[in-house]
Structures are given as structure tokens and as C-alpha cells.
Design a protein around this ligand. Structure first.
Ligand SMILES: Nc1nc2c(ncn2[C@@H]2O[C@H](COP(=O)(O)OP(=O)(O)OP(=O)(O)O)[C@@H](O)[C@H]2O)c(=O)[nH]1
Ligand SMILES: [Mg+2]
Length: 232
């Protein structure tokens, strides 16, 4: 396809490149940041316990057992920083982690999972209040990573959350997890389907990152994406 000539494009003025010129530098800075000081700050069981909103925040949301805590550990290359579990519903509060120390650069927030079948009604209710209020009302929340299990793709319970984020205009990005559990061909399929759906959501980033916390796949790319969101 012919690309129309943009006036001034020949000398680079006004040129819009598909390739982000800062990407390489950002990848290196992201690598260093995630290799540097990172510490658990606190568990917030209710909104009044949130830390003062002094730095950008990046939240990890997704169905129970999708791999939020594991992904946080993989990003920070620290096993056991966020508690993982085979029992769905392990994470019940907003767990805060400080990235960078003197200066503190940003915070990661590990959220309770949604949509697990055995949750008592009052737990679900509590989740809805905490998470809805946090996601909607937090000025420093730069981006929410919404995790989707590669084996299952986007489910109706995810769609409810995506729509809530669209309405609240909370910028989010879909991240596929547990990519090691399926074949490359199946992963390519779910990746394409997830991106197609992401493009229909106004608050979603159009690109989806496929990851495996177990095998390290997509982790460097996600570190860069997190830093990009922090700096946006
Ligand atoms: N094979 C594989 N297993 C994974 C991966 N990520 C997570 N898991 C496993 O999935 C289970 C759930 O992981 P968690 O990280 O605790 O999930 P979570 O989303 O934080 O769960 P809740 O806090 O209960 O909502 C654990 O048994 C993990 O070992 C991955 O990339 N590959
Ligand atoms: Mg968890």
C-alpha cells in the first residue's frame, strides 16, 4: 500500500514512527529498576489504609488463580515477594510493593482475584467494594494489568471488569499468563483473539503481552511496558 507523503516528513519533522525511539533505553532502565531495591510496603484491607498517593501505581488484576502474584514475583525476580498459592483467593487485600528506594519510583499493587466459585457472598461483596473504589478513585493509578489465563482466554467475568474499567476510564493492558501450559499454535490463536477483543475496549491498550512466570517468557517486555506506563 502506498503511504501518502506527509509534508515535512523528509527531514523527520512531524514524522510518526511505528518504532518507539525511547524503547531500547527504556528496556535497559526497566531492567535496572526491577533488579534494584523492591520491598513489600503494606497490605491494605480497606481504602482508608492505602498509602499516601505520592508516586505512580501499577495494579495487577485478574481472576483468582490466574497468576497475579507469580507474575509480580517474576517481574521482580524475587520468589516469595508476593504470596502465591494453589488455593484460589489467597490474596484478599491490596498488597503494596515499593519499587526504588531513595528515590521511590513507583508502586506495584497485587490485587485480590475475582470470580472464584467457592467464595462466600460477603467476600465477593467486599472485593467489589474495595476493588471498584480503588480502581475508580485512585488518581495515581497509571495502569492496570488485567491478567488472562492463556488456556481460557477472556471470560464473561473478565468482560464485566473490562467494562467497569472502560466506564471509569482506567487505562489497562491485557496480559496472558501461563503461556508455558499450551502449545505455541494455541498461544498464537488466543493472543490474536485477545488483541481483537482489546481493540474493542476504549480504555484498553491494543497490544497484549503473552507471559510465563515459570519460563520467563514476556517478562522483560512487561517490565518495559510497566515503566512506560509509569512515565506516561
Ligand atoms: N505453569 C505455570 N504455572 C503458573 C504460572 N503462573 C502462576 N502459576 C501457578 O498458578 C497458581 C496460582 O498462582 P498465583 O500467582 O498465586 O495466582 P493469583 O492470581 O495471585 O491468585 P489469587 O491471589 O488467589 O487471586 C500457582 O500454583 C502458580 O504456581 C506460569 O506462568 N506457569
Ligand atoms: Mg495472588
Amino acid at each position: 500500500m502506498d503511504v501518502p507523503q506527509v509534508p515535512g516528513a523528509a527531514d523527520g519533522a512531524g514524522e510518526v514512527s511505528e518504532i518507539d525511539p525511547g524503547a531500547e533505553d527504556r528496556a535497559e532502565r526497566a531492567r535496572k529498576l526491577f533488579a534494584g531495591p523492591i520491598a513489600f510496603l503494606k497490605s491494605a484491607p480497606a481504602l482508608q489504609h492505602l498509602p499516601s498517593p505520592s508516586v505512580p501505581e501499577i495494579a495487577f488484576a485478574g481472576r483468582s488463580n490466574v497468576g497475579k502474584s507469580s507474575l509480580l514475583n517474576a517481574l521482580t525476580n524475587r520468589n516469595g515477594l508476593a504470596r502465591t498459592s494453589v488455593t484460589p483467593g489467597r490474596t484478599q487485600e491490596l498488597n503494596y510493593f515499593d519499587v526504588g528506594e531513595n528515590p521511590l519510583i513507583f508502586r506495584l499493587v497485587d490485587m485480590p482475584g475475582y470470580g472464584f466459585a467457592k467464595a462466600p457472598k460477603d467476600v465477593v461483596k467486599k472485593w467489589r467494594f474495595l476493588v471498584n473504589d480503588y480502581l475508580r478513585g485512585r488518581q495515581v493509578l497509571k495502569r492496570t494489568l488485567v491478567l488472562i489465563d492463556s488456556r481460557h482466554g477472556i471470560k464473561d467475568v473478565d468482560r464485566e471488569v473490562l467494562e467497569m474499567l472502560d466506564v471509569a476510564a482506567v487505562s489497562y493492558r491485557l496480559v496472558l499468563t501461563k503461556a508455558d501450559k499450551i502449545k505455541a499454535s494455541a498461544l498464537a490463536e488466543v493472543h490474536a483473539a485477545t488483541e481483537a477483543e482489546a481493540r474493542k475496549h476504549p480504555a484498553a491498550h491494543p497490544e497484549v503481552i503473552a507471559t510465563s512466570s515459570e519460563k520467563g517468557m514476556g517478562i522483560a517486555e512487561l517490565r518495559s511496558a510497566v515503566l512506560e506506563a509509569v512515565e506516561s
